[in-house]
Unconditional design. Structure first.
Lengths: 1027, 466
C-alpha cells in the first residue's frame, strides 16, 4: 500500500525552485528528482517510511520527516561544501583525504578588493606564502615566495594553473607601465585558489613545481534559477608617508652652505637663490604635487549563473578603471568570462570556458620603480625628490622651464644644474603605454565510462598579445636631445595545453582507491617585433606614425614544448591510513639533448588518529574531533626562466663594413637540466570542539640541488658567455602554523579569527668550485646585495661607518682590513687628505666597496604571516586582515639620495647637519658635491634599517540589508560596505613602505629600495547585490 | 606528442651542432669577417687598445678623472680589477678563441665547403688576426722582449678552440714562446694569404700578403731583430724612392697625409684599418678613439710632449691634426663627432711605419747613418714638412740618428697607439707629465698587471711581479 507524497524544493537564500534535487525515501532505493519547478511526487509505502532524504550538489543534504502529503522543503547552500573540497591540479579531493600540504583561499577573501589582480590580495592568507607588493605602480606583479626563495638564477615564482591550464605569469608589458599577466582574471570570477606547497601535493606538476603551484578555479554555473550578481566599488588611493623634503628656503640655505663649506660659493657664478614668479611670490615647488595625485578608481562586475542538473552556465562581465598614485599611471580592464558545463546522457559531459580581457596599462614615463629602473634619470620616484624646490615647472609665459634638452631650467640658481628632466614636461608630453589582449579558453570532453571510471580530455589556450606604444617628447627628457622619439612593439605570446586524463575511484570494503593517469602537452611560442623612430619631423605630432628621421627595428622569436606523462594514486584504509603517490615524467625542449627527460615524484602518508577506536575509547574524541599526522617527501623541478635555447652554443650575426659576420655569441650547455628540489614535509593537523578550531602545523625542508648558476670561465679561454650549469645548492627549511576557527559564535555576534605564521631559513650550501660568493647589482649600478655560501641569498653588502666626528663633522668609515676609523672630507685643503686616519695621516687606499664592504644584514624575512578576523554583529560584518614580516632588513638606498650633497634636494634630516665643533649629530657637515658621506657613492650601513612590519592590510565594514527590505525589490541579498587597504603600518622603517623591492622578483637582490614609489593607501565603498 | 618540437632550432642564430656554422660558403665568409669584428671590438682596436698605448706615454693631459675612460691607465694606478685590464684581456682572448675555433672548424668542415684555395686564404686571415691579438697582449701585459731576451713570463698561449664550460687552467708561456707563435702565424699567413683583393676597401679592412709582411716588421722591431725587419720590409719596399710595394697591394705613402684619415680611408698607405659605419656599425661612445682625443675631449695634448718639440715644425702638415679648443690643444686625427658616431677608420698598420721600421733597422743594424735609412726617414718627414730634409750631417752619432726615428714615429703616429710599444721595445722611461711621475723600466708600473678575473679563475696563472 502506498500513498503519494508531493513537494516543492526551494533555495533558502533566493527562494528559487531547485530542479534536479535527488529525493530518496530513507532506508530504501525508491527515489525521484525534482522537475524544473522544483516539484516532485513520490509513491511512499504507507507504513515504515518516515523520512525523505534530499540531496543536491552544493547544498546541505536534508532529511525531512514525511508529515502530510504536501511538503515544502527549503535547502540551504552549503558554504562548507566548498571548504571541504580541494582542487589539486588534475582532480579534486575531499579536504579530509588530502595528505599533501595545501592551503586554500576562497572567493570571499579575494573579491571586491582595490587591486588589479587576485595575487595582490593573497598576502597573509596562507602560511608559508609570502606576498610582497614591491611598489605603488599599478598592476605590478607581486613577489610571491612559497616556503622561501627556491632558485638563484631562475625564477622563484610559483607555477600558476588556471582552470587546469598552466598560464603565463609575470609582467607581460613591454613599457614603463607594469602589466601583470594574471590581472586578466577578474578577481570576482575566482571561486577558489589552492596553494600546493609540498612534493606530495605538487609533484603532479613535475619539473615546474619547485616553487610551489597556485591553482586557480574560476566560478562555474550552479543548477537552479539564474542568479544575477552585481558587485561594484569606488575608491581613492593616496601616497602615504612620503619623505619630508626641504622647501625652497631651506634648499637655498643648505645648498649655499654646502658651497661655502666646499669653498665654491660665489654669488655671481656659483650660488643657489630664491626666485619670484610673475605674481611676485617666491617659487616654492612641492614636486610631489606634480608627480603624485589622489587617485580614483571604480570596478563593476555583473555575473549570471544558473542551470539545470544537465547544463550549467556562468557568464560575467567586468569593467574596472583604476588610477595609480603617480600621475597618468592608469589601469583599465574589460573582462568577460563565459563557462558552460553540460552532461549528455549518463556517459558524456562536455563544456568549456572562454575568458577575454582587454587591459590598458598606462604610464607617462618610467616610475623608476620597476626592476632595472632604479637609477633611471627620468624615474618619477626619483625626480620627485631630486628636483630643486626653488624652480617652477613652467615659465611665466606657459612654456616648460628647461635649461636644455635633458635638464630643468635653473631659475635664479647660478652655476649648477638643479634637476634632471622637468617632471612636468615628461608627465605632460611623454607616454609609455601598454595594451594587453588576453584570451584564455578551454574545452573539455569527459566520458563517465562506469560509475568508477572516467576519461577526460581538455584543450586550452592562453594567448597574450602585448602592444606597447611609447613617445618621448622633443622638448625635454630622454629623447629630447635627439629630437624626440617614438617606439612601438608588439609581442604575441601563444600557448596551448592539451591534457588527457583517466581516473578510477573504487572502494573495496574499507579500502578506498583513486588512481589518475594522464598525458599533457604544453606548447608556447612568442613572436614579436619592435621599432623605434627618432628625430620627430614636426614637434606638434606625437604619434609613432608621424614623420621621423631615423628608424630602427628588431624582433623576437621563441618557442618551447613540454610533454608529460603522470599518474597519481590515492589510497586510504578505513579513513585511518592514507597513502598518496604521484609521479610525473616531463620532457622539455629547453633541456640538453641528453637531459630532455626527467621523472619527478612525491609520496605521502597520513594517519588520521581520530578515526582509531582507541582514540574514542580514551575519550579523546571529546576534545579532538580530528587529529592526523602526516609526512611527505618527493622531488620536483624548476625550469621557470630558463632560456628556451639555453642548451645550444650559438653563432650570431653582425656586420663588418656592411657585410654579414658570424661570431660565437652563446656558450651553451648541452647537459642543462631542471633544478631539483627535494621536499620533505611533516605535519600535524587537528581540530577541537567539533572542528570549531583547527590547527595545522608543519615542518618542511626544501633541499635544492642542481641550481643553475652562470659559472664564470677563465677569461683567456675566450668563451662568448658564461655557461649556465646545474651546479649550485641551497636549502629552505622552516615551520608553519595556522590556527583558525570560530572563537565566538553567538546568536547575534560571532568572531572568526585565522592566524598563520611561518618561519623560514634560507642558506646557500655551494655555488661552484672555487666560487664562494657573488654580488647582485641594483639596476646595474649599485652592488648592495651579496650572496655567500653558508649564508642566505641577497644579504645587504655595505661599508661600515661609525657616525660623525663631533670635532670636524666628517663621516667616519671603518677600514675593513685594519678596523681603523677613516675620516672623509669631500674637499681636502692643501696639505690635507680626503681620507685620513684619526691621527691625521692619510688613509692611502681610501674607502671603497671592493676593499671595505662586508655582508651586513639579512633581507629575507624570518617570520611572515597574517591574521584574519571576521566579526559579525547582526547585519553588520567587519573584516580585518593584518599581515606581517619580521626578522629582516632593508637597504634604504633612497636615503642616500635624500642626503646627497650634489644639487639634489634633500630630506629634512639635513636640518640637523653638523655645523659646530663638538656637535653630536648623525648628519655630517654638508659640503657641495659630497656623494660619499651619506652613501650615494657606495652603500653604507647608515642606510640599512630593520624592515619588520605589521600592516593592517585591509579592513572592511559591511552591512547586509534585511531580506524583508530588499525582497520588495526582488533582491535576494544586498550588502554595502566600506573598506580600506594598507591602512596602518607599524614599522621602524623610515621609508614609505617596508614592503618594497626595487629589484622586483630578483632572488638575490631583495630588500633594496632605490627611488621606488611606495604603496598607496586606499579607501573604497561598494555594494554587492544578488538577484 | 610531437617529438620534433623537443629539439627546436633557433630562428636567429646558428647552433653549433654538426659545425653548422661552417655549413655554407656565406657562413664561413661571415666567420672570417667576424674575426676582424673581434679585432674591432671597443676594448681592442675599436678604440681602447690604441688609446691605452697613447695614454700610458707622454703626449696627453687628462681633462677628466673618469675611471671608465682610462684615467687609471693614464695615472698608472691600475689594479688587477681595473676595467681596462680585464676588458682588453677578455676582448683579445675572445678574438683569439674565435680564430682557434675557426682554424679547427675549417679543417674539420669549412675547407670542404669553400674549397682548398679559398680555405687556405681564410685560415691565413685567422692566423694573422690571432698574431695581432697575441702581439697586442704582449705590449701591455708582458715585459718587453729585450728584457731577458723574451725569458720573462708571457701569456697563456691558447691555440685550440674552446666552446663549452671546462677546466681551462693554463700557465703563462714565456715572452719568447709567444713571439715565436706570433711569427709562426704570420709566416704561415704570408704564404697563404691572397696577394690582393679586388677592392680598395677590402685591401684596407682585410689581411692580404703584404699585411702579414708589414706586421712582421713591427714584431721583429719589437724583438730588436733588425736584420729580420730588413728582410721582411724589403719584400714590400722598393730599393729606391719613391718607396712602394712592388708585389701585392701597391702600398705607397700618400702625398698628403691628411688623405689617409678621411673618407674613404682606403688609400694604399693603409695596410690594415678597422672600419666603422655611421648608423649601423657605430664606435662605442666611451671606447671610440675619437671620443677620447677630440669628440668628448677627455685628454688634451701635452704641450711638453712631442707637439712641443721644436723640430716638429709649424709648417708640418701633421700639425693640422692638432686643434685648439678652449685654449687647449687636442689631437684631431679622428675628427668625426659623436653625432656621426665617431665613424673614423682606426689604423692598425700603415705603410709609413714599415718605412720607418726599415730605416731604423738599417741604421741600428749597421750602427751608422745609413743612406737608405736616411732616405726612408726623409720620405716620411718631407711628405709632411718639405722644409726639413735630413742629411748625414744632421746626426752627430748613430745614436742621434736612431733617436730621430723614434721621434719621427712619435710625430707620425701620434694618436695611433704606437708610442708605448716604442718606449717598451727600447727600454725607455715613460717621461713624467702633468703631475704624473716618470716610470722607468724597473718600475712595476712599466707594464700592466694581469687581469684579476684571470688570476681568480685560472689556477696556473701568475701576476706580473717586478
Amino acid at each position: 500500500q502506498t500513498r503519494v507524497v508531493s513537494g516543492k524544493v526551494t533555495d533558502k537564500t533566493t527562494g528559487a525552485p531547485i530542479p534536479g534535487v535527488s529525493v530518496i525515501i530513507s532506508g530504501t532505493r525508491t527515489s525521484t528528482q525534482t522537475d524544473r519547478t522544483g516539484a516532485f511526487t513520490l509513491a511512499v509505502p504507507a507504513d515504515g517510511a518516515k523520512n525523505l532524504r534530499l540531496s543536491f550538489v552544493g547544498y546541505v543534504t536534508k532529511i525531512v520527516p514525511i508529515t502530510g502529503n504536501s511538503l515544502s522543503i527549503i535547502l540551504e547552500e552549503d558554504a562548507a561544501v566548498l571548504d571541504e573540497i580541494v582542487v589539486n591540479g588534475y582532480s579534486t579531493q575531499k579536504k579530509a583525504d588530502v595528505i599533501g600540504s595545501v592551503s586554500s583561499v576562497t572567493a570571499k577573501q579575494l573579491e571586491n578588493k582595490p587591486v588589479q589582480s587576485f595575487d595582490q590580495a593573497l598576502g597573509g592568507k596562507a602560511a608559508g606564502v609570502q606576498v610582497t607588493l614591491p611598489n605603488g605602480v599599478l598592476n605590478n606583479p607581486p613577489v610571491i615566495r612559497i616556503r622561501g626563495t627556491n632558485s638563484i638564477s631562475l625564477s622563484s615564482s610559483p607555477l600558476f594553473v588556471v582552470d587546469g591550464v598552466a598560464t603565463y605569469s609575470g609582467d607581460a608589458s613591454g613599457s614603463s607601465a607594469a602589466g601583470n599577466a594574471l590581472a586578466s582574471i577578474n578577481p570576482n570570477d575566482i571561486e577558489r585558489v589552492e596553494i600546493l606547497k609540498d612534493a606530495a601535493a605538487s609533484a603532479i606538476y613535475g619539473s615546474r613545481a619547485a616553487n610551489g603551484v597556485i591553482v586557480i578555479t574560476t566560478k562555474r554555473g550552479k543548477p537552479g534559477k539564474a542568479v544575477v550578481t552585481y558587485d561594484a566599488w569606488v575608491g581613492t588611493t593616496k601616497a602615504r608617508n612620503l619623505p619630508e623634503l626641504l622647501d625652497a628656503y631651506q634648499y637655498v640655505e643648505l645648498k649655499n652652505e654646502g658651497l661655502r663649506n666646499a669653498g665654491l660659493f660665489n654669488q655671481a657664478t656659483r650660488s643657489f637663490n630664491l626666485q619670484n614668479d610673475a605674481a611676485g611670490n617666491v617659487i616654492n615647488t612641492n614636486w610631489y604635487d606634480y608627480i603624485y595625485r589622489t587617485a580614483y578608481s571604480h570596478s563593476n562586475t555583473i555575473g549570471v549563473s544558473g542551470g539545470t542538473e544537465s547544463t550549467n552556465y556562468y557568464l560575467s562581465a567586468g569593467y574596472t578603471k583604476q588610477e595609480g598614485i603617480i600621475q597618468h599611471n592608469d589601469y583599465t580592464r574589460k573582462s568577460m568570462l563565459a563557462k558552460v558545463d553540460h552532461k549528455e546522457g549518463k556517459i558524456f559531459a562536455f563544456g568549456g570556458k572562454l575568458q577575454y580581457s582587454n587591459e590598458q596599462n598606462l604610464a607617462a614615463t618610467s616610475s623608476g620603480s620597476l626592476s632595472g629602473e632604479a637609477f633611471g634619470t627620468g624615474g618619477l620616484g626619483r625626480l620627485a625628490i631630486v628636483t630643486a624646490p626653488n624652480v617652477a615647472p613652467k615659465n611665466a609665459d606657459g612654456t616648460y622651464n628647461i635649461f636644455n634638452a635633458t635638464t630643468i631650467g635653473r631659475g635664479a640658481n647660478v652655476g649648477s644644474d638643479v634637476g634632471f628632466y622637468n617632471p612636468a614636461a615628461v608627465l605632460d608630453l611623454d607616454r609609455s603605454n601598454n595594451e594587453l589582449n588576453h584570451i584564455q579558453g578551454s574545452v573539455y570532453l569527459q566520458a563517465n565510462i562506469t560509475d568508477w571510471l572516467y576519461a577526460k580530455s581538455v584543450y586550452g589556450v592562453d594567448y597574450i598579445f602585448s602592444d606597447n606604444d611609447s613617445f618621448f617628447n622633443p622638448i625635454n627628457g630622454g629623447s629630447a636631445a635627439s629630437g624626440g622619439s617614438a617606439s612601438a612593439s608588439f609581442s604575441k605570446n601563444k600557448r596551448w595545453v592539451w591534457t588527457n586524463t583517466a581516473q578510477a575511484t573504487k572502494t573495496f570494503g574499507e579500502h578506498n582507491f583513486s588512481l589518475l593517469v594522464g598525458n599533457e602537452q604544453t606548447r608556447s611560442t612568442v613572436n614579436g617585433f619592435n621599432a623605434s623612430r627618432t628625430t620627430l619631423s614636426d614637434p606638434a605630432f606625437n604619434s609613432f606614425a608621424a614623420g621621423y628621421a631615423t628608424p630602427t627595428a628588431g624582433g623576437t622569436v621563441g618557442e618551447n614544448y613540454l610533454v608529460s606523462f603522470f599518474g597519481s594514486l590515492n589510497y586510504n584504509y578505513a579513513k585511518r591510513y592514507y597513502l598518496t603517490a604521484n609521479v610525473r615524467q616531463d620532457q622539455y625542449s629547453a633541456f640538453g639533448a641528453d637531459n630532455k627527460k626527467g621523472t619527478f615524484y612525491g609520496v605521502g602518508l597520513k594517519w588520521e588518529i581520530a578515526n582509531e577506536k582507541f582514540w574514542t575509547k580514551a575519550g579523546l574524541d571529546k576534545t579532538f574531533s580530528s587529529f592526523s599526522l602526516r609526512g611527505t617527501y618527493g622531488t620536483v623541478g624548476n625550469t621557470a626562466g630558463l632560456g628556451n635555447l639555453a642548451s645550444y652554443s650559438f653563432y650570431g650575426t653582425g656586420l663588418y663594413n656592411g657585410s654579414p659576420t658570424l661570431v660565437p655569441t652563446q656558450t651553451g650547455n648541452d647537459q642543462i637540466g631542471w633544478e631539483e628540489s627535494k621536499k620533505l614535509d611533516l605535519g600535524i593537523n587537528f581540530g577541537i570542539l567539533n572542528d570549531r578550531i583547527t590547527v595545522e602545523a608543519a615542518y618542511y625542508k626544501n633541499t635544492l640541488d642542481g641550481l643553475i648558476y652562470s659559472v664564470p670561465q677563465i677569461p683567456s679561454a675566450g668563451l662568448p658567455s658564461e655557461p649556465s650549469l646545474n651546479i649550485a645548492s641551497m636549502y629552505n627549511k622552516g615551520y608553519e602554523l595556522t590556527i583558525s576557527g570560530d572563537a565566538f559564535r553567538g546568536k547575534d555576534f560571532s568572531w572568526s579569527p585565522s592566524f598563520n605564521i611561518s618561519y623560514n631559513k634560507n642558506e646557500i650550501t655551494s655555488l661552484s668550485e672555487g666560487i664562494t660568493q657573488f654580488l647582485t647589482t641594483t639596476s646595474s649600478l649599485e652592488s648592495a646585495s651579496i650572496s655567500q655560501v653558508g649564508g642566505p641569498l641577497g644579504m645587504i653588502y655595505v661599508v661600515r661607518t661609525a657616525g660623525v666626528d663631533a670635532a670636524s663633522g666628517r663621516r667616519i668609515f671603518i677600514e675593513k682590513s685594519t678596523g681603523k676609523k677613516v675620516l672623509y672630507q669631500q674637499v681636502a685643503p692643501a696639505g690635507q687628505f680626503r681620507y685620513t686616519y684619526e691621527d691625521g695621516t692619510e688613509a692611502k687606499n681610501g674607502i671603497s666597496l671592493a676593499n671595505d664592504a662586508s655582508p651586513y644584514k639579512n633581507t629575507q624575512p624570518k617570520f611572515s604571516g597574517g591574521f584574519d578576523n571576521t566579526f559579525r554583529y547582526k547585519q553588520f560584518d567587519l573584516g580585518l586582515t593584518f599581515t606581517y614580516q619580521l626578522g629582516f632588513s632593508i637597504y634604504y638606498g633612497t636615503n642616500s639620495g635624500l642626503r646627497d650633497q650634489r644639487f639634489w634636494n634633500n630630506s629634512t634630516d639635513m636640518l640637523r647637519r653638523w655645523t659646530t665643533p663638538g656637535q653630536e649629530t648623525d648628519i655630517p657637515k654638508i659640503v657641495n658635491g659630497d656623494n660619499v658621506s651619506n652613501g650615494s657613492s657606495f652603500p653604507i650601513d647608515v642606510n640599512v634599517f630593520k624592515g619588520d612590519f605589521l600592516k593592517l592590510r585591509s579592513a572592511s565594514l559591511g552591512y547586509t540589508l534585511p531580506v524583508s527590505f530588499v525582497s520588495k525589490a526582488k533582491i535576494a541579498n544586498a550588502r554595502i560596505y566600506v573598506s580600506g587597504n594598507n591602512l596602518l603600518i607599524f614599522t621602524k622603517y623610515p621609508g614609505s613602505d617596508p614592503e618594497v623591492s626595487s629589484n622586483g622578483n630578483s632572488n638575490s637582490a631583495a630588500g633594496v629600495e632605490r627611488n621606488s614609489v611606495g604603496n598607496g593607501r586606499a579607501f573604497t565603498a561598494g555594494i554587492s547585490v544578488k538577484f | 606528442c610531437q617529438k620534433e618540437l623537443l629539439t627546436p632550432a633557433s630562428e636567429t642564430a646558428v647552433a653549433t651542432l654538426d659545425l653548422a656554422q661552417f655549413s655554407t660558403v656565406l657562413r664561413v665568409q661571415g666567420q672570417v669577417l667576424g674575426l676582424y669584428a673581434g679585432l674591432r671590438a671597443g676594448d681592442f682596436y675599436g678604440g681602447r687598445y690604441p688609446v691605452y698605448n697613447e695614454l700610458r706615454a707622454d703626449n696627453y693631459i687628462a681633462q677628466s678623472s673618469n675611471s671608465v675612460t682610462a684615467y687609471q691607465t693614464y695615472m698608472y694606478t691600475l689594479g688587477n680589477g681595473a676595467q681596462e685590464v680585464t676588458g682588453f684581456w677578455g676582448s683579445a682572448y675572445n678574438t683569439i678563441n674565435r680564430c682557434n675555433l675557426f682554424i679547427e672548424g675549417m679543417a674539420a668542415k669549412g675547407t670542404g665547403v669553400v674549397g682548398d684555395a679559398v680555405g687556405k686564404n681564410y685560415v691565413a686571415e685567422a692566423k694573422l688576426v690571432r698574431a695581432i691579438c697575441y702581439y697586442s697582449l704582449l705590449q701591455l701585459y708582458a715585459r718587453p722582449f729585450y728584457d731577458g731576451q723574451g725569458s720573462k713570463p708571457g701569456l697563456p698561449l691558447r691555440l685550440t678552440g674552446n666552446s663549452v664550460a671546462g677546466n681551462y687552467d693554463l700557465a703563462r708561456s714565456t715572452v719568447a714562446q709567444v713571439y715565436t707563435q706570433v711569427l709562426k702565424d704570420l709566416n704561415e699567413a704570408e704564404t697563404d694569404l691572397p696577394l690582393t683583393y679586388t677592392t680598395a676597401v677590402n685591401n684596407t679592412i682585410r689581411a692580404h700578403r703584404n699585411t702579414a709582411i708589414a706586421f712582421k716588421t713591427r714584431v721583429y722591431l719589437s724583438m730588436q731583430r733588425y736584420t729580420d725587419v730588413i728582410t721582411e720590409a724589403n719584400k714590400i719596399v722598393s730599393t729606391a724612392g719613391p718607396f712602394t710595394a712592388t708585389t701585392g697591394v701597391a702600398h705607397a705613402l700618400q702625398a698628403d697625409i691628411t688623405n689617409v684619415f678621411k673618407t674613404p680611408y682606403t688609400t694604399t698607405e693603409s695596410i690594415l684599418s678597422m672600419p666603422f659605419v655611421n648608423g649601423t656599425e657605430n664606435a662605442g661612445g666611451q671606447s671610440a678613439i675619437g671620443s677620447y682625443f677630440f669628440g668628448t675631449k677627455l685628454y688634451s695634448l701635452n704641450p711638453d710632449g712631442i707637439i712641443g718639440d721644436a723640430t716638429f715644425k709649424a709648417a708640418d702638415k701633421r700639425r693640422s691634426f692638432i686643434t685648439l679648443s678652449g685654449g687647449l690643444p687636442y689631437m684631431s686625427k679622428f675628427p668625426t663627432l659623436p653625432a656621426a658616431n665617431f665613424a673614423d677608420y682606426v689604423p692598425v698598420i700603415r705603410y709609413a711605419e714599415v718605412l720607418l721600421s726599415l730605416g731604423e733597422a738599417l741604421a741600428r743594424s749597421t750602427n751608422s747613418v745609413d743612406a737608405k735609412a736616411l732616405a726612408l726617414l726623409n720620405a716620411v718627414r718631407t711628405r709632411s714638412d718639405a722644409t726639413t730634409v735630413f742629411t748625414a750631417a744632421s746626426f752627430a752619432t748613430p745614436s742621434a740618428f736612431f733617436d730621430a726615428f723614434v721621434k719621427e714615429r712619435n710625430i707620425e703616429f701620434l694618436g695611433e697607439g704606437l708610442r708605448t710599444p716604442d718606449i717598451l721595445r727600447l727600454g725607455l722611461t715613460f717621461p713624467a707629465r702633468g703631475g704624473v711621475a716618470a716610470v722607468p723600466p724597473t718600475s712595476s708600473q712599466y707594464i700592466w698587471p694581469i687581469s684579476g678575473t684571470e688570476l681568480l679563475y685560472n689556477k696556473l696563472m701568475t701576476d706580473n711581479t717586478n
